[in-house]
Design a protein around this ligand. Structure first.
Ligand code: HSE
Length: 309
């Protein structure tokens, strides 16, 4: 037996403001590429063919628990060789660990004749997220596998809902050179929230879902507000409130922290505004003397996919 393929999974933006741990969207072109080869035997080797530093110890690589989970769930055994061909920089806040995890889970499923459903592929990918952040969240992994905007209606059992992506939606993503690990960004949050915070948050989640279904851009923008994580996490981003005022003034629908940060994103309903937001992000961090990378990406309906080898 020798089977091989090349697989891509996209970067993603988790939370979308109000949807802490339950909402995420897939971006268009940025993502991870893995080559996966399966031969007779039992084992796993991971080779990094990129310039991006990855853990030397395979036990610390998010791909390892994903492969184990896939073999456990499907009862397969094989010798798996994975080569990482393209990698989003870890810690960038656009779902780097989820892109590798989703690519591994989706690629293995394809290689072994699709024994798992789409939701089960996401469950496999969540093993990588657990290793990276200490929690089983699917808000990056689900869009990285399925594409588009995905809501996690429930975790036990996993219940995923794909939401409509309004046409011509762009994300401007800025990755400032600030280091915030997902673990750190999760630990800074309280374990419980007051009732009035919960009330405003679930009002916004409902508003966002309704806005996406009806294509009501105003409702989408009003709803992308986060009373749960942002008050704690925005401390990592200098002049966060000032920056948001500038971004909204230029016409963007919303600006939020991307996942656990430190990246931020602006959502726009046209490319021109997305490009204006790019300039504002760049100037903001230049003024503060913080290096940053900014790019404009279309919100994508495509998730993980096979590529020619
Ligand atoms: N929902 C997760 C968090 C995403 O906000 O911690 C991590 O990328």
């Amino acid at each position: 037996m020798k089977k091989s393929l090349r697989v891509f999974a996209p970067a993603s933006i988790a939370n979308l403001g109000c949807g802490f741990d339950i909402m995420g969207l897939a971006l268009d072109d940025v993502g991870d590429i893995l080559d996966i080869v399966a031969t007779e035997g039992n084992g796993l080797s991971i080779t990094n063919a990129t310039d991006v530093p990855l853990p030397e110890d395979p036990e610390m690589n998010v791909i390892t628990p994903v492969v184990r989970k896939f073999m456990d769930m499907t009862g397969n055994s094989a010798n798996i060789e994975i080569t990482v061909r393209q990698k989003i920089y870890p810690g960038s806040g656009i779902g780097s660990s989820a892109a590798s995890s989703a690519a591994a889970a989706y690629g293995l499923n394809e290689l072994f004749g699709c024994p798992l459903s789409e939701e089960e592929v996401v469950i496999c990918a969540m093993e990588g997220e657990n290793l990276a952040s200490g929690g089983y969240h699917a808000d990056n992994a689900a869009p990285a596998v399925m594409g588009g905007i995905v809501m996690i209606r429930g975790y036990e059992p996993l219940d995923l809902v794909k939401l409509p992506v309004p046409g011509n939606f762009y994300c401007t993503v800025v990755h400032p050179a600030i280091v915030v690990t997902t673990k750190e960004a999760r630990e800074i949050m309280p374990k419980e929230i007051p009732m009035h915070t919960a009330v405003s948050q679930w009002g916004n989640v409902g508003g966002l879902v309704a806005g996406l279904y009806s294509g009501n851009v105003g409702l989408i923008g009003r709803s992308m507000k986060d009373a749960v994580a942002e008050p704690y996490r925005k401390k990592f981003i200098p002049d966060f409130d000032k920056l948001r005022k500038k971004i909204l003034k230029c016409g963007a629908v919303a600006m939020n922290i991307s996942g656990s940060g430190p990246s931020l994103f602006a959502l726009s309903d046209n490319q021109e505004t997305a490009v204006k937001a790019q300039k504002i992000f760049k100037e903001h961090f230049d003024f503060l003397g913080i290096d940053s990378e900014v790019y404009v990406e279309k919100v994508s309906n495509k998730g993980a996919k096979l590529l020619p080898m």
